[in-house]
Design a protein around this ligand. Structure first.
Ligand code: 13P
Ligand code: SF4
Length: 304
């Protein structure tokens, strides 16, 4: 039996759900029960009846499911897979800020550790940030950790006063305006769809900004008018969709837009986790999980 067939048999025997982020390699996405952006993964994996969840993604994604569904056994398939942005801000600094500025809402991107979620009021993802920030009663907002996503939200929601600190995704932040202009010169008829983790000077050249799921909808549902699309996010999206839309998709910066942490997961490491030879079961202290749950539940409440 091939590896994929063994994985599917084990998932069925264990009553387990295999969840994969859209940046995972195509063979991992094909092996999964659900594939989605970080919002969809948090919501759907926590809501499922499955007692066990194997997360093919990075640590904060597995932690998010464990926080929302503490009775499930949640296994991070690759224990070393961690989003560097998730720990760029010290939770003690946020706690200090809160004490000094009680009028501020602290909004944490979901790409954060449980410790950072625990000192925040609400989490957002790139697909829900605009809606959630608009719905908050507070005018003053500290947005952590991604300064680029925070800047994008600030431009789209000018009625709020948004403070950002120095945090960024090392993969998306490497995109430059020159990269986008060069891709447009090569494909003048193509639209540009970009993740808002990219820097503002690149983002302002895009036709559309959105989460990985929004970019996929844009390609699929013809927001792009069926035209060619320059895709400015981690290459997992194009690697999976290219065969379905031959000649329509152009990966921006093929060499730079690769997240090494997302690419750690392989079919072999998924199999090893399912056979209890690898992976890491997520365990969080009750007090930490309870504090972090509040901000994730607020995300689901405001984000719909
Ligand atoms: P999404 O919320 O679009 O899935 O993005 C997650 C992420 O890590 C982007 O780099
Ligand atoms: Fe983190 Fe960036 Fe990788 Fe997303 S692409 S998981 S934000 S390092």
């Amino acid at each position: 039996m091939d590896t994929l067939a063994v994985i599917r048999r084990l998932a069925e025997e264990q009553g387990a759900l295999v969840a994969a982020h859209t940046y995972q390699a195509p063979e991992i996405q094909n092996a999964a029960d659900i594939v989605g952006d970080s919002y969809a993964l948090a919501k759907r994996a926590a809501e499922t009846d499955a007692a066990v969840v194997y997360m093919c993604g990075v640590r904060f994604m597995a932690e998010g499911v464990k926080i929302l569904a503490p009775d499930k056994r949640v296994v991070l398939v690759e224990p070393e897979a961690d989003c560097p942005m998730a720990r760029q801000i010290d939770p003690a600094r946020v706690a200090e800020f809160r004490a000094a500025h009680p009028e501020y809402a602290v909004v944490a991107y979901i790409n954060t550790t449980a410790e950072l979620k625990a000192v925040s009021d609400v989490c957002v993802t790139s697909s829900s940030a605009l809606k959630i920030v608009r719905s908050l009663p507070q005018k003053d907002i500290l947005f952590i950790p991604d300064k680029n996503l925070g800047d994008y939200v600030r431009r789209q929601v000018p009625e709020k006063h948004i403070v950002t600190w120095e945090g960024y995704c090392p993969v998306h932040n490497a995109v430059t305006a020159a990269d986008v202009l060069a891709a447009k010169a090569r494909h003048p008829q193509a639209k540009v769809a970009m993740h808002p983790e990219c820097p503002p000077e690149a983002l302002e050249l895009a036709d559309m900004a959105g989460s990985t799921a929004a970019i996929i909808d844009y390609i699929r549902e013809g927001g792009s008018g069926g035209e060619e699309v320059i895709v400015a996010t981690e290459r997992g999206v194009v690697d999976r969709l290219d065969a379905r839309y031959p000649g329509r998709l152009h990966q921006l910066c093929e060499d730079k837009l690769v997240c090494p942490d997302m690419k750690r997961t392989t079919l072999q490491s998924l199999l090893a986790a399912m056979e209890s030879r690898g992976g890491e079961e997520i365990r969080l202290g009750e007090k930490l999980a309870d504090a972090a749950r509040r901000s994730l539940e607020n995300m689901l409440r405001y984000g719909g």
